[in-house]
Ligand binder design. Sequence first.
Ligand SMILES: C[S@@+](CC[C@H](N)C(=O)[O-])C[C@H]1O[C@@H](n2cnc3c(N)ncnc32)[C@H](O)[C@@H]1O
Length: 275
Amino acid sequence: MGGDLKHILDFLKDAKNLDFAGCRESMVARRVTNRFARVKCNSYTAYLLYLKEHPDELDFLVDSLTINVSHFFRDSLTFEYIAQKVLPEIIQYQTRKSDTSLRIWSAGCAMGEEPYSIAILLNEYLKKEKKEFDIRIFATDIDEKILEKAKKARFSADSMANVKYSIVKKYFNSENEIFQLIPEIRNLVSFSYYDMLDNNHYAPPESIFGGFDMAFCRNILIYFDTAHQDMIFDKLYRSLSAHGYLVLGEAEIPSAKYQGHFARVNECCHIYRKR
Ligand SMILES: C[S@@+](CC[C@H](N)C(=O)[O-])C[C@H]1O[C@@H](n2cnc3c(N)ncnc32)[C@H](O)[C@@H]1O
């Protein structure tokens, strides 16, 4: 990372305890310089000075670096495949072991659209099969503000574009174009802060030991360089249970070092199984 840019990231780390040093330099540089025009600066040095004199700008910089864009059932084919194939498979596998618990991790969950989407699908499937399972969905992110919003589970129409009308009617109460998710689904998901580059824990401390039947890590790996992607795949591998499923974003695949650790389950989406 170039010296001037590094000074800005060091300052951010000291002020907010957020470390973006493992992110791709081109991505970080683009997002930091995007802020220049907003605050009328034309160099890293001038922007660093501005940050020191205007601490409020730190929050805008974090927003620019994290991008929390998401929506319900993002990559609809992936969620269709999960509903039709993956969930029945996991439930049968657990049933054969006489285990009625299910543990899921959504890493980089943004405003909760991803963990809530899977909670809805699970609820639909278990009700249809008349099965009772103890479901724990752990949803984590480094952005504290977005986690607070996620807990409230209030969504704008933009987040809802991929949601079928039958699901909207059943699981949301809407008023003034805000869609409030019902408590039955909200209560299945617990949100907590967890940095995917945390050196001390391979799984979110809230989950205690990992042991996930399925982990989602989507549209976050693209920001990291290879060394840090390896670190993330190591965590995902260790925190999944035997034969657990890993769901990546459409543009993401396991890093070269971890390709042998995960088997892709079909051609159409980026869903893998732990070997
Ligand atoms: C583009 S959103 C992806 C949301 C969702 N997974 C999806 O695919 O729609 C990326 C999220 O990753 C989070 N993030 C970025 N770096 C992270 C890190 N080191 N640890 C945990 N979350 C991180 C961001 O705050 C943001 O909410």
